[in-house]
Design a protein around this ligand. Sequence first.
Ligand code: GLA
Length: 380
Amino acid sequence: MYQEIKNIFQVHFDQEPLLVYSPGRINLIGEHTDYNGGFVLPAAIDKKMVVAIAENGLKTCRIYSVDFKEEFAFEIESFSPKPSHWATYIMGVVAQLQQAGYPVRGFDMVFGGDIPVGAGLSSSAALECAVGYGLSALFDFEIPRISLVHYAQKAEHTFAGVQCGIMDQFASVMGKKDYAIRLDCRTLKFEYFPIDLGDYQLMLIDTKVKHSLSESAYNTRREECEAGVKAAQKIDLAVRDLRDVSLELLERLEVSDVVKTRCKYVIEENQRVLDACEALSKGDLESFGKSVFASHQGLSQEYEVSCKELDFLVDYAKNESEILGARMMGGGFGGCTINIVNKAHVDRIKKEVRQQYQALFGRNPEFYLVSPEEGSGRIG
Ligand code: GLA
């Protein structure tokens, strides 16, 4: 893949580029907790966005997307968001670096990768992070990793219009081979958490659907959580995030039932991350798996960000004794489930799921065996 992207760059721009990558991510548990100042347990994976980049001495930036087979150009001194277009993620990062005072000059770029789009593996965050990392390397800005995380997240807010939390970009830039990251999204303190599943392994099952609701519903969920926080602050001034709200306090709030149910999910999910980490550190995979199933139950019934395809896959997993835990992953409304599967049964399970899913939904699910990998880096 690296060589292919490099070759395309050379053919297109007749120069030797610098090559960098940033990976997609999984999340073991802790969904929709990041923007609530809570805990998450993501990891980078070996599916990557690769960026080839070189200075061009112009005031124009020229970009070629290998996957879309499409070119896009913008003026470095004047550009604006282009919602729903891939270039918006790139321009969003350039804008962030400029605002932070980094003198980005004209560049040529080719990018591509193997992170399936719309599968909930954060291909857009990976692109943003790869662009930030690439620009920093190209112009010797030496931007600290944690700042790259912030610029990439802000690019998503300001240019893509999704009020995402910090999890995806953090995992993409900070990932470490064989470790998940237990991240406190309020303080950004984190701990690398060894992932050793013994006879088990992580398998993603891609529903191959992405319902159109996902972006608007994401922002609505955020607002519902904020409504809960505001109401809690009327009673307890010390509350900053849902993290500070107990289930007892939640009961007393004057908010709609919907807001209460959403907040209940978040408060319980936060606790589940801590419980799951405790179980993992003791090697207690069964308890870990139970927390993972419980997470899905909450996401589906209380937070209401699942869909019938995801629910089907998790129900299948609940009835399969060789899967210890399964849940939807990421923002929701499609994408992948993450499953903790006995290695010896992976092939049989794939076959069964494929048959049943195909019969019910008329499309083929995709399977990805994943393990924690390194975050953003330079190639060569
Ligand atoms: C998306 C967002 C993340 C996070 C997840 C849900 O992936 O980008 O910040 O909120 O959804 O956990």
